[in-house]
Design a protein around this ligand. Structure first.
Ligand SMILES: *Cc1c(COP(=O)(O)O)cnc(C)c1O
Length: 393
């Protein structure tokens, strides 16, 4: 046996080893699905002192702990908890850092259901939300109030892909004892080290690249040393956890996540460059392309890009043209979510809900997720789609 441990290896090696121990699994490679509510204590003394590795189903199982521990190691976190969806992870994070009377700062580019949670749930609890320009950087300090306790970040922004100056913003927050939460779903810990860049809590819609097959809903929240006890406490108070099979599927997804992300990166970049050459396209909003707001920050802080981005059509195209394009695609499906094996494309319009900034991209906008289909087939599908777009003006 080598005396090197998992943490000595590179990330793609780590991902194959984290959270499993064949010697505790009757020799089998993978952690089995533990289903259960009840855990038996051998003696009254053990029961009274809660002396057990697990003491009740809501407090965790070996399957859940395996995923939590693997994720903590991958994210460089002190601890991790799970949630039945990405939105659940957002709720859990916010309920960890906020209390009645607090003030919260949210990027105007945030995932729209996060906005709904603030309006529909946090308002009811007497928590006020202010939306800010995602490109504000260190200037965020001017929006801090005496009762500001949480600064939320999402980089890149949902649909519009602005990259935020996370180190500058977390530094400003730390000076004022303000907790920082980041929605790191797009990059995952493989392409952005959220805790190393100063974030207290980092969440991931495991529904996307962790699951990777569009058959799973999952949320993951990791915390640094100072916020881990609070996060775990909030989780234990609510007992909102994913089902055993979903944890098993997420662990399975984890084993290939590095490979899938590297492939998504390669394909995303190839398609982003191809689209930027198309006469119908005005601008490609991909963090690795210079015209994406915050591109320089992406170059400085990220180690890669995933397979989801947006593009802006030239102003002459119409909604009817876009419908003619999207209604008849051969490969690209129209639907929410992303991070699976299949290509997707949807129209979107951030102007419908922004409040702190004006969204004026200069043309109609589409968000695209590049799946694992043949690249030439995908380009042909898009080229035929563009012909339908041009046919209706
Ligand atoms: C999809 C998504 C979520 C929510 O995940 P669900 O599992 O669908 O609830 C949160 N944040 C971002 C950035 C997402 O893309």
């Amino acid at each position: 046996m080598s005396n090197r441990s998992t943490s000595d290896f590179n990330i793609s090696t780590q991902i194959t080893q984290l959270g499993r121990d064949a010697s505790k699994q009757a020799g089998f490679v993978n952690v089995p699905v533990y289903r259960g509510s009840t855990v038996i204590f051998p003696t009254v003394n053990d029961l009274e002192h809660n002396r057990a590795e697990f003491n009740y189903g809501t407090m965790g199982t070996p399957t859940i702990a395996s995923l939590e521990n693997a994720w903590s190691a991958l994210a460089g976190a002190a601890g991790t908890v799970l949630s039945p969806s990405g939105l659940g992870a957002i709720a859990l994070s916010l309920l960890t850092t906020l209390k009645a009377g607090d003030h919260l700062l949210m990027p105007d580019s945030v995932y729209r259901p996060t906005r709904n949670f603030c309006a529909g749930m946090l308002t009811k609890m007497g928590i006020e939300t202010t939306y800010y320009n995602p490109l504000i950087g260190a200037e965020i300090e001017s929006l801090f109030r005496p009762n500001t306790t949480t600064l939320f970040l999402e980089s890149p922004g949902s649909q519009s892909f602005e990259i935020q100056d996370v180190p500058a913003m977390t530094r400003a927050a730390k000076k004022h004892n303000i907790a920082t939460i980041i929605d790191n779903t797009w990059a995952t810990p493989i392409f952005f080290r959220a805790h190393e860049h100063g974030c207290d809590l980092s969440l991931e819609a495991g529904t996307k690249y962790l699951g990777g097959h569009s058959d799973l809903l999952m949320g993951v929240v990791s915390a640094n040393e100072s916020w881990w006890p609070k996060l775990r406490q909030t989780y234990d108070l609510m007992a909102m956890l994913p089902g055993a099979e979903d944890c098993f599927l997420a662990l399975r997804g984890l084993r290939t996540m590095h490979l899938r992300l590297k492939e998504a990166e390669k394909r995303g970049l190839e398609m982003a460059h191809w689209l930027s050459e198309r006469p119908e396209v005005m601008k490609v909003l991909h963090p690795a392309l210079p015209e994406c707001p915050g591109h320089e920050l992406w170059k400085r802080d990220f180690t890669g890009s995933s397979g989801l981005f947006s593009f802006v059509l030239k102003p002459e195209f119409t909604k009817a043209g876009v419908a003619n394009m999207l209604d008849h695609m051969g490969i690209f499906g129209m639907g929410y979510s992303w991070g699976g094996f299949e290509s997707l494309m949807i129209p979107f319009n951030c102007a419908d809900y922004r409040t702190a900034t004006t969204w004026q991209p200069g043309g109609l906008t589409l968000r695209i997720q590049i799946g694992l289909e043949d690249m030439d087939d995908l380009k042909t599908d898009l080229a035929e789609g563009f012909a339908r777009l041009r046919a209706v003006v």
